[in-house]
Each structure stands twice: as C-alpha cells, then as structure tokens.
Design a protein around this ligand. Sequence first.
Ligand code: SAH
Length: 243
Amino acid sequence: MVPFMKRAKVRLFVDQPLGQGQSVALSREQAHYLLGVMRLGVGDLVALFNGVDGEWQAEVAEAGKKRGILVCVERSASLRMPPDLWLLFAPIKKVRTDFIVEKAAEMGAARIFPVQTAFTNSERTRRDRLQAHAVEAAEQCGGTYVPEVADIARLDRVLAEWPADRHLMFCDEGLAGEGAGLPHVKGPWAILIGPEGGFSDDERARLVRMEQAHAVSLGPRILRADTAAVAALTVWQQALGDW
Ligand code: SAH
C-alpha cells in the first residue's frame, strides 16, 4: 500500500501500458516537466493513466536531466468510462474551439467531433492540438479516460451516415425560448451545436426530418457556441448521464 500522505501531486497521461511493476520511460518533455519543472526525484510518486488501464501510482525510479523512468506501484482507480455521448460542434475561433474541447472532456463526453456546417467560418482546426487539449483536461480533472477528438467532417456527410440507434440532441437556436426539452430516452446520444452563424434552413430541414434528432432549446437567450456546448452537456448529463 502506498501511504495516504504519499499520494502523487502530479497526474500524467502516458500512451503506454500500465500494470503492476510496469516501467514507463518518460519522453523528453515529460522528463522536463516532472523532473525539471515539478522537481520530482527518485522515490516520488506520479499518478499515471493511459485511458485504458485506470490510474496507477508510479514511483520515480530513475531521474536524469532529459530522461527518467517510472515504475507502477499500485492501481489507485479503475477505468471510469464516460456515458456514450458525442459532442458535435462547428469549430469557431481558435481559443473558443480549445475551450469547447477542454470543457467537453471535463464534462464527460466520450467523443469530440468537429463538423463543418454551412455557416462554419473557422481557422483551420488541428486534430492533434485539440487532442492534446483533451488529454490536458483529463489530467486536470481526475479522469481516467480521454475522449477521442475526431477529424473534422462535413455535417451533411456525417448526418447521411448517422447511426440508426444514436439519438441526436439538436440544439436549435431557432427554438430559443420555446421550452423544447430533452426527451428522456436512454441509449447512445450526441449533442449538436452550430456555429456563430447558426444553422442554415437546409440543415434545419434535414435535421427535423431525422428520426434520431430531437430539437432542443437552451433557454430564451441566444448563447455563444462555446457557452451552448457547456450548457447542453450540463442539461444532458443531469437528465441522462452519470451525474
Ligand atoms: N447566429 C445565431 C446564433 C448561433 S449560436 C443567431 O443569432 O440565431 C451558436 C449555436 O449555439 C447554435 O447554432 C445552437 O446550436 C446553440 N444555441 C445557442 N443558443 C441556443 C438556444 N437558446 N437554444 C438552442 N440552441 C442554442
């Protein structure tokens, strides 16, 4: 047993298997962060997770300037999966897109899916950078799972291949103030948030025809897309999720 007082102060995502006695070689950046910036030394503990094997307390076994080795000592949490919820959103300005990804990971989305809509007007999105934001959010919020950030795809194509069993919470600014709520049906879900320009008439008509789509209002005020994403995740988690 690792004594309570000796719990790790730093949580780190590693893309390597974790298990009893497993050693984990740190990348240059990880060694710099843990050993240089956080000043950990041999014998100190770090909490590791890889999105699969839960959370492990690992001890620093070797600490060099640019390299280090950790050894897993004890599992401190099992893998906790978020609900089967995707967040589809139209990317907006860089910092606001980063915010949406970070909040989606914290709020417990299982998959983050940028979509190009008719009125999407965004800077180029970089999947790897957004994925890194999701990793950072999981490190920070105690998550043992990291939501996958998908490559951006066109909304019309995504809807054309929409899984028959996945409900879609279509957040429609056109319903602002109309009090259309979320139906209490269990199963796989996704939330869809539009861009600052809203949805086009074609998109709205198509979504309304989809059996899996449920048009929902997020209150009487028009929210910015990043606010709307957090609000929708809150409403969904409260009604159907793991809160
Ligand atoms: N320019 C649009 C607003 C877009 S807001 C207009 O003025 O009408 C960006 C996205 O946030 C919307 O596409 C929608 O998905 C969501 N949203 C914002 N406020 C909402 C509300 N009150 N109800 C439902 N969805 C909302």
